[in-house]
Ligand binder design. Sequence first.
Ligand SMILES: CC(C)(COP(=O)(O)OP(=O)(O)OC[C@H]1O[C@@H](n2cnc3c(N)ncnc32)[C@H](O)[C@@H]1OP(=O)(O)O)[C@@H](O)C(=O)NCCC(=O)NCCS
Length: 195
Amino acid sequence: MISQTVLIMQESFLKKINTKNGKEATIRYPTLDDVIEMTQYINDISREDTYITFSGEQITLDEEKIYLLDLLKRIENGDAVNLLCVINGKIVGITGIERKISARRRGSHIGIYGISVKKEYRGYGVGLELSKSVIEEARKRMAGLKIITLSVYKPNEIAFSMYKKLGFVEYGVLPQGISFHGEFVDEVEMYLSVI
Ligand SMILES: CC(C)(COP(=O)(O)OP(=O)(O)OC[C@H]1O[C@@H](n2cnc3c(N)ncnc32)[C@H](O)[C@@H]1OP(=O)(O)O)[C@@H](O)C(=O)NCCC(=O)NCCS
């Protein structure tokens, strides 16, 4: 069950935007009711085999339910923020920032950011609006957050350009760090200071 805190947070953050192709979109937190749509969204974008870590794997509804329940708990605990962009009841973009746990308390001031927009809706301002909203939410809700980091694959020039626009700075490259479409491409690391 989602606690009262998450419900209040979900009600308190609701943004309406107009996309560049004239659609009215809502940016909001996910709820358990989104599980079917979220499963379909991740499976569609996985099949597309684009610049995200999923490359064709398919998730079951049960797996997504477990993921979503855990995510809502992490949101409640101030360890994650996550937003959907919805147009006519369909999810067209998802973004999130999750507290880094791999370095335990030594890395807990770091948030790891991810984003994707459904293919047909790219280039209409959804990605930029989602990003600004999720960064704003992370600043408010994730206590002690100082740095947001991300990884972008070198050929992904659109994402790279968006991240620079948001103020992210490149701080490193892992040469051939990603296996992508049959070749090894560089993985570029970027950060944004949010002190
Ligand atoms: C990267 C991604 C999230 C951007 O979302 P989007 O909704 O397409 O982006 P927007 O329309 O908000 O554009 C944001 C900025 O990206 C850049 N951009 C977008 N489309 C572009 C294009 N066709 N050519 C060049 N730059 C482009 C621009 O800098 C743009 O800012 P501007 O409109 O002020 O010029 C989206 O393309 C996507 O989901 N791609 C596949 C998955 C992915 O790459 N995820 C990120 C992994 S690191």
